[in-house]
Design a protein around this ligand. Structure first.
Ligand SMILES: Nc1ncnc2c1ncn2[C@@H]1O[C@H](COP(=O)(O)OP(=O)(O)OP(=O)(O)O)[C@@H](O)[C@H]1O
Ligand SMILES: CC(C)(CO)[C@@H](O)C(=O)[O-]
Ligand code: BAL
Length: 285
């Protein structure tokens, strides 16, 4: 499987494929692949003629005190995981993506407030800008993102709408470990004990769902249920727990028949994990 390193290589190949009438699916990642990424790849393979995966740890979405330099990287392993299934990997260097001084950024005002937008100032500007660049380089018909990063997915969808990118965005379900922990490249930082403790996040969602089914529609009470359960676990440090209306992005007060997202970020040691559950009424969407 060819590994493409330059923007021109990608453009040349994609324009030939498009001339041949091929439908192109694109999966942007930061590498260190796991089954969550593979589920996006499989979805793309199912729905397109050609699948391109990018592997690029984007420095501009990391804050100064975040883990850019420690972020797990293993291109060889990633290539071997994708070798038999995808058509191309695009793995640019930082200099290829950002050759000079940067003067342009993409700021998406809807969906950026709260959650990781608050905890990681500037993060979503970095994400939106790099995704805009990647979409302009690859020009896919469809691009695949995970619900695990729900705020990111909503921001990208908004950017596509507002800036008329000719691409369809697909959001794919969260893939979990057997204990319920959402798969994430950063899970590699966790000790065995932390990995088990971190399963409390999913268990707390299940408890909130039971409360919903029993008629608890008060969002503050649901947040408390989740908070109490997570706080009971050794080493868990809550960054945020929020329930927001998925359409308006307003903080929820009462859960009605619209769609809401219950989103959390919790630190175990130095590892910050995010997860979410989308609900309508008393059911998971
Ligand atoms: N468990 C998962 N299920 C489904 N999609 C996922 C999962 N984890 C990540 N993805 C998606 O894969 C894409 C690439 O994500 P990324 O490479 O940052 O991986 P990650 O595991 O989210 O890493 P991180 O540790 O930075 O959170 C994103 O669209 C992300 O939402
Ligand atoms: C979308 C993305 C590849 C942009 O760097 C990244 O934020 C990710 O992996 O979720
Ligand atoms: N999946 C989100 C990438 C990040 O945490 O920077």
């Amino acid at each position: 499987m060819p590994i493409l390193y330059t923007i021109q290589e990608v453009r040349d190949i994609v324009s030939k494929l498009k001339c041949a009438g091929k439908r192109i699916g694109f999966v942007p990642t930061m590498g260190y692949l796991h089954e969550g990424h593979i589920s996006l790849v499989n979805e793309s393979i199912k729905e397109n003629d050609i699948t391109i995966v990018s592997i690029f740890v984007n420095p501009t979405q990391f804050g100064e005190n975040e883990d850019f330099s420690q972020y797990p990287r293993d291109l060889k392993r990633d290539i071997s995981l994708l070798n038999d299934s995808v058509d191309y990997i695009f793995s640019p260097s930082v200099d290829t993506m950002y050759p000079g001084k940067r003067f342009t950024e993409v700021i998406v005002n809807q969906y950026s407030e709260g959650l990781c937008g608050k905890s990681r100032p500037g993060h979503f500007t970095g994400v939106a800008t790099v995704v805009a660049k990647l979409l302009n380089i690859v020009s896919p018909d469809q691009a695949y993102f995970g619900q695990k990063d729900i705020q990111q997915a909503l921001i990208i969808k908004q950017m596509i709408r507002d800036l008329d990118f000719p691409v369809k965005i697909r959001i794919c379900p969260i893939i979990r470990e057997a204990n319920g922990l959402a798969m994430s490249s950063r899970n590699v930082y966790l000790t065995d004990v932390q990995r088990e403790n971190a399963s409390v996040i999913y268990r707390s969602f299940k408890k909130a769902l039971i409360a919903l089914k029993q008629g608890q529609t008060n969002a503050k009470m649901l947040v408390s249920t989740i908070k109490d359960m997570i706080n009971n676990v050794e080493g868990a440090e809550i960054d945020y727990i929020e329930i927001r209306n998925l359409g308006t992005w307003d903080i929820a007060s009462t859960i009605d028949t619209q769609e809401y997202v219950i989103a959390v970020a919790v630190k175990f040691g130095k590892t910050r994990l995010i997860d979410n559950m989308i609900i309508r009424g008393d059911s998971i969407v």
